[in-house]
Design a protein around this ligand. Structure first.
Ligand SMILES: *Cc1c(COP(=O)(O)O)cnc(C)c1O
Length: 220
Protein backbone atom coordinates (compact mmCIF):
# COMPACT_ATOMS: atom_id res chain seq x y z
CA UNK A 1 0.00 0.00 0.00
CA UNK A 2 1.18 3.50 -0.83
CA UNK A 3 1.98 5.88 2.01
CA UNK A 4 -0.37 8.37 3.59
CA UNK A 5 0.92 11.36 1.63
CA UNK A 6 0.37 9.56 -1.70
CA UNK A 7 -3.13 8.47 -0.76
CA UNK A 8 -3.97 11.99 0.36
CA UNK A 9 -2.72 13.61 -2.83
CA UNK A 10 -4.61 11.00 -4.89
CA UNK A 11 -7.91 11.74 -3.08
CA UNK A 12 -7.33 15.47 -3.34
CA UNK A 13 -6.64 15.21 -7.07
CA UNK A 14 -9.85 13.21 -7.60
CA UNK A 15 -11.84 15.82 -5.66
CA UNK A 16 -10.28 18.57 -7.78
CA UNK A 17 -11.10 16.71 -11.02
CA UNK A 18 -14.70 16.08 -10.00
CA UNK A 19 -15.05 19.72 -8.96
CA UNK A 20 -13.67 20.92 -12.30
CA UNK A 21 -16.11 18.70 -14.19
CA UNK A 22 -18.95 20.30 -12.21
CA UNK A 23 -17.50 23.78 -12.75
CA UNK A 24 -16.73 24.12 -9.07
CA UNK A 25 -13.50 24.88 -7.24
CA UNK A 26 -11.80 21.94 -5.55
CA UNK A 27 -10.67 24.26 -2.74
CA UNK A 28 -14.30 24.84 -1.80
CA UNK A 29 -14.70 21.22 -0.77
CA UNK A 30 -13.70 20.21 2.75
CA UNK A 31 -12.05 16.79 2.85
CA UNK A 32 -12.71 15.12 6.21
CA UNK A 33 -10.34 12.23 6.89
CA UNK A 34 -12.39 9.68 8.82
CA UNK A 35 -9.99 8.30 11.41
CA UNK A 36 -12.33 6.12 13.47
CA UNK A 37 -10.63 2.94 14.79
CA UNK A 38 -7.22 4.23 13.65
CA UNK A 39 -4.69 5.16 16.33
CA UNK A 40 -2.53 8.25 16.67
CA UNK A 41 0.38 6.55 14.90
CA UNK A 42 -1.79 6.04 11.80
CA UNK A 43 -3.15 9.60 11.94
CA UNK A 44 0.16 11.50 12.33
CA UNK A 45 1.43 10.87 8.77
CA UNK A 46 -1.73 12.47 7.35
CA UNK A 47 -1.32 15.49 9.61
CA UNK A 48 2.31 15.70 8.51
CA UNK A 49 1.13 15.63 4.87
CA UNK A 50 -1.06 18.66 5.54
CA UNK A 51 -4.48 17.16 6.32
CA UNK A 52 -6.32 19.16 8.99
CA UNK A 53 -9.98 18.02 9.10
CA UNK A 54 -10.67 14.67 10.76
CA UNK A 55 -13.88 12.76 11.44
CA UNK A 56 -14.70 10.44 14.32
CA UNK A 57 -17.82 8.36 15.02
CA UNK A 58 -17.70 8.08 18.79
CA UNK A 59 -17.23 10.77 21.45
CA UNK A 60 -15.36 8.38 23.75
CA UNK A 61 -12.83 7.31 21.13
CA UNK A 62 -12.22 10.90 20.07
CA UNK A 63 -11.76 12.00 23.68
CA UNK A 64 -9.04 9.38 24.16
CA UNK A 65 -7.16 10.01 20.92
CA UNK A 66 -7.39 13.67 20.06
CA UNK A 67 -6.24 15.80 23.02
CA UNK A 68 -2.66 14.63 22.48
CA UNK A 69 -2.79 15.01 18.67
CA UNK A 70 -4.35 18.42 19.05
CA UNK A 71 -1.67 19.58 21.44
CA UNK A 72 0.84 18.72 18.70
CA UNK A 73 -1.18 20.44 15.92
CA UNK A 74 -3.54 23.06 17.37
CA UNK A 75 -5.20 23.95 14.04
CA UNK A 76 -6.64 20.47 13.54
CA UNK A 77 -10.46 20.46 13.16
CA UNK A 78 -12.59 17.61 14.51
CA UNK A 79 -15.92 16.50 13.05
CA UNK A 80 -18.36 14.16 14.81
CA UNK A 81 -19.99 12.08 12.08
CA UNK A 82 -21.53 9.28 14.16
CA UNK A 83 -24.76 9.20 16.15
CA UNK A 84 -24.74 11.29 19.30
CA UNK A 85 -26.53 10.40 22.53
CA UNK A 86 -28.09 13.38 24.25
CA UNK A 87 -26.22 12.65 27.48
CA UNK A 88 -22.92 13.15 25.63
CA UNK A 89 -23.88 16.56 24.22
CA UNK A 90 -21.73 18.54 26.69
CA UNK A 91 -18.67 16.49 25.87
CA UNK A 92 -19.32 16.65 22.12
CA UNK A 93 -19.72 20.44 22.17
CA UNK A 94 -16.44 20.78 24.07
CA UNK A 95 -14.50 18.44 21.81
CA UNK A 96 -15.77 18.90 18.25
CA UNK A 97 -15.61 21.77 15.76
CA UNK A 98 -18.51 20.32 13.79
CA UNK A 99 -21.32 17.85 14.51
CA UNK A 100 -22.90 16.18 11.45
CA UNK A 101 -25.48 14.02 13.22
CA UNK A 102 -28.16 16.31 14.64
CA UNK A 103 -31.24 14.23 13.89
CA UNK A 104 -33.97 14.57 16.50
CA UNK A 105 -35.77 16.92 18.78
CA UNK A 106 -34.29 15.62 22.06
CA UNK A 107 -30.77 16.09 20.67
CA UNK A 108 -31.56 19.61 19.45
CA UNK A 109 -32.68 20.52 22.97
CA UNK A 110 -29.64 18.88 24.60
CA UNK A 111 -27.23 20.61 22.20
CA UNK A 112 -28.90 23.98 22.72
CA UNK A 113 -28.35 23.63 26.48
CA UNK A 114 -24.75 22.46 26.06
CA UNK A 115 -23.90 25.28 23.65
CA UNK A 116 -25.44 27.78 26.01
CA UNK A 117 -23.42 26.49 28.96
CA UNK A 118 -20.18 26.31 26.98
CA UNK A 119 -20.82 29.62 25.21
CA UNK A 120 -19.66 27.90 22.04
CA UNK A 121 -21.43 26.33 19.09
CA UNK A 122 -19.77 23.83 16.78
CA UNK A 123 -20.81 23.98 13.14
CA UNK A 124 -24.00 21.88 12.94
CA UNK A 125 -25.48 19.62 10.24
CA UNK A 126 -28.84 17.91 10.39
CA UNK A 127 -28.51 14.28 9.35
CA UNK A 128 -31.27 13.19 6.99
CA UNK A 129 -32.36 9.56 6.62
CA UNK A 130 -32.26 10.05 2.89
CA UNK A 131 -33.16 6.46 1.90
CA UNK A 132 -35.86 6.13 4.58
CA UNK A 133 -34.08 3.13 6.13
CA UNK A 134 -35.31 1.61 9.42
CA UNK A 135 -31.89 0.89 10.87
CA UNK A 136 -30.29 4.22 10.06
CA UNK A 137 -30.12 7.41 12.07
CA UNK A 138 -31.24 10.68 10.63
CA UNK A 139 -34.34 12.79 10.49
CA UNK A 140 -37.04 11.56 8.10
CA UNK A 141 -37.38 13.75 5.02
CA UNK A 142 -40.97 14.84 5.84
CA UNK A 143 -39.86 15.88 9.37
CA UNK A 144 -36.89 17.98 8.23
CA UNK A 145 -38.52 21.40 8.05
CA UNK A 146 -39.98 21.04 11.56
CA UNK A 147 -36.64 19.95 13.03
CA UNK A 148 -34.86 22.89 11.37
CA UNK A 149 -37.48 25.26 12.77
CA UNK A 150 -37.09 23.75 16.23
CA UNK A 151 -33.29 24.15 16.07
CA UNK A 152 -33.67 27.76 15.06
CA UNK A 153 -36.16 28.36 17.86
CA UNK A 154 -33.68 26.85 20.32
CA UNK A 155 -31.00 29.30 19.14
CA UNK A 156 -28.90 26.83 17.14
CA UNK A 157 -27.43 27.74 13.77
CA UNK A 158 -27.69 24.83 11.31
CA UNK A 159 -25.21 25.15 8.42
CA UNK A 160 -26.24 22.23 6.29
CA UNK A 161 -27.41 18.66 5.84
CA UNK A 162 -25.64 15.31 6.06
CA UNK A 163 -26.66 11.94 4.65
CA UNK A 164 -25.44 8.40 4.15
CA UNK A 165 -27.24 6.86 1.14
CA UNK A 166 -28.38 3.22 1.28
CA UNK A 167 -25.58 0.72 0.65
CA UNK A 168 -25.24 -1.20 -2.60
CA UNK A 169 -27.39 0.98 -4.82
CA UNK A 170 -26.53 3.95 -7.01
CA UNK A 171 -26.01 6.88 -4.60
CA UNK A 172 -26.40 9.74 -7.12
CA UNK A 173 -30.19 10.19 -6.77
CA UNK A 174 -29.79 10.42 -2.99
CA UNK A 175 -27.02 13.02 -3.27
CA UNK A 176 -29.21 15.00 -5.66
CA UNK A 177 -32.10 14.81 -3.20
CA UNK A 178 -29.94 16.02 -0.30
CA UNK A 179 -28.72 18.90 -2.43
CA UNK A 180 -32.30 19.79 -3.29
CA UNK A 181 -33.41 19.61 0.37
CA UNK A 182 -30.53 21.87 1.42
CA UNK A 183 -31.39 24.32 -1.33
CA UNK A 184 -35.07 24.33 -0.44
CA UNK A 185 -34.26 25.06 3.20
CA UNK A 186 -31.71 27.77 2.47
CA UNK A 187 -28.73 25.80 3.80
CA UNK A 188 -25.31 26.17 2.20
CA UNK A 189 -23.47 23.02 3.35
CA UNK A 190 -23.88 19.42 2.15
CA UNK A 191 -21.96 16.66 3.93
CA UNK A 192 -22.12 13.68 1.56
CA UNK A 193 -19.81 11.18 -0.11
CA UNK A 194 -17.50 8.50 1.34
CA UNK A 195 -14.58 6.48 -0.09
CA UNK A 196 -16.70 4.72 -2.72
CA UNK A 197 -18.62 7.68 -4.02
CA UNK A 198 -17.07 11.02 -3.04
CA UNK A 199 -16.39 12.05 -6.65
CA UNK A 200 -20.07 11.61 -7.52
CA UNK A 201 -21.01 13.54 -4.38
CA UNK A 202 -18.69 16.41 -5.35
CA UNK A 203 -20.26 16.57 -8.80
CA UNK A 204 -23.69 16.79 -7.14
CA UNK A 205 -22.85 19.59 -4.73
CA UNK A 206 -21.04 18.13 -1.69
CA UNK A 207 -19.26 20.79 0.37
CA UNK A 208 -17.88 18.19 2.81
CA UNK A 209 -16.81 14.66 1.90
CA UNK A 210 -16.07 12.06 4.60
CA UNK A 211 -13.34 9.70 3.45
CA UNK A 212 -11.89 6.92 5.61
CA UNK A 213 -10.78 3.78 3.77
CA UNK A 214 -9.29 5.57 0.74
CA UNK A 215 -6.96 7.48 3.09
CA UNK A 216 -6.22 4.99 5.87
CA UNK A 217 -6.76 1.62 4.25
CA UNK A 218 -9.31 -0.91 5.51
CA UNK A 219 -10.44 -0.71 9.12
CA UNK A 220 -9.39 -3.74 11.18
C1 LIG B 1 -17.06 5.42 8.50
C2 LIG B 1 -17.81 6.54 7.91
C3 LIG B 1 -17.33 7.22 6.77
C4 LIG B 1 -16.08 6.79 6.01
O1 LIG B 1 -16.34 5.63 5.29
P1 LIG B 1 -15.26 5.05 4.22
O2 LIG B 1 -16.08 4.18 3.35
O3 LIG B 1 -14.23 4.32 5.01
O4 LIG B 1 -14.70 6.21 3.49
C5 LIG B 1 -18.04 8.33 6.32
N1 LIG B 1 -19.17 8.75 6.93
C6 LIG B 1 -19.67 8.12 8.01
C7 LIG B 1 -20.92 8.64 8.65
C8 LIG B 1 -19.02 7.00 8.53
O5 LIG B 1 -19.53 6.37 9.60
Amino acid sequence: MSDAADRLSDVRAKIADAATRAQRRGDDICLIAVSKTHDAAAIRPLIAAGQRHFGENWVQEAATKWPELRAETPDVKLHLIGQLQSNKADEAVALFDAIHSVDRSSLVQALAKSCDKADRQPQLFVQVNIGDEEQKGGCKVPDLAALLAEAKGAGLIISGLMAIPPADIEPAPFFALLDELAERNGLSERSMGMSGDYETAVMLGATHVRVGTALFGARG
